[in-house]
Design a protein around this ligand. Structure first.
Ligand SMILES: NC(=O)c1ccc[n+]([C@@H]2O[C@H](COP(=O)([O-])OP(=O)(O)OC[C@H]3O[C@@H](n4cnc5c(N)ncnc54)[C@H](OP(=O)(O)O)[C@@H]3O)[C@@H](O)[C@H]2O)c1
Length: 146
């Protein structure tokens, strides 16, 4: 299987990446980040990308994915509702749209926090979860952790 991991320079994404590297069923891992994840491994293909609202330059590399683990996220602390919405909802949907275009058969796994669909301060995370369900992925998964 070929998978992509977003947010691999962060705590959750790094753990997901290490699990992917350990799993013999996964032969290739595309790591997408704005900086290096700091891990080198023969299975890793790293894409350093700065504009997380437009993944079209990466579309060819997003092809032939079986799954995408979207572990990228940020805190709402100190952000306006508008900024937080842009960095959660808008960013996630931008990525999901390009991934579904390039790999319509893939599974999109969105990592968020428990209660994010209910808490108003974190409402955009919940909207991102619901927005993800409206993309054209034939199979999408939502991993919610406390
Ligand atoms: N850690 C927890 O206990 C916990 C609990 C509940 C839910 N969660 C959720 O799990 C997800 C990941 O959490 P985490 O603890 O792994 O966070 P983290 O350690 O802060 O890592 C966040 C990751 O997202 C990337 N990122 C953030 N904003 C970005 C942006 N605007 N553009 C591009 N990349 C961006 C970071 O990239 P850079 O390295 O380039 O900054 C990093 O790779 C979040 O949605 C979080 O809400 C985490």
């Amino acid at each position: 299987m070929r998978v992509a991991v977003f947010g691999a320079s962060g705590m959750v994404g790094k753990a997901v990446l290490l699990e992917c590297l350990d799993d013999a069923r996964i032969t290739s891992v595309l790591v997408v980040g704005r900086r290096s994840c700091g891990v080198t491994h023969p299975k890793i293909e790293e894409a350093i990308h700065q504009n997380f609202y437009d993944f079209s330059p990466l579309r060819s590399r997003l092809a032939s994915l079986d799954a995408c683990f979207f572990c990228l996220g940020t805190t709402s602390a100190g952000k306006t509702e508008e900024d937080y919405t842009r960095q959660t909802y808008d960013l996630t949907l931008a990525a999901a749209r390009d991934i579904v275009e390039a790999s319509p058969q893939s599974v999109f796994v969105y990592v968020s926090g428990i209660g994010r669909t209910r808490l108003s301060a974190a409402g955009s995370c919940g909207r991102a979860s619901r927005g993800g369900r409206r993309t054209r992925f034939s199979r999408s998964r939502f991993a919610l952790r406390t």
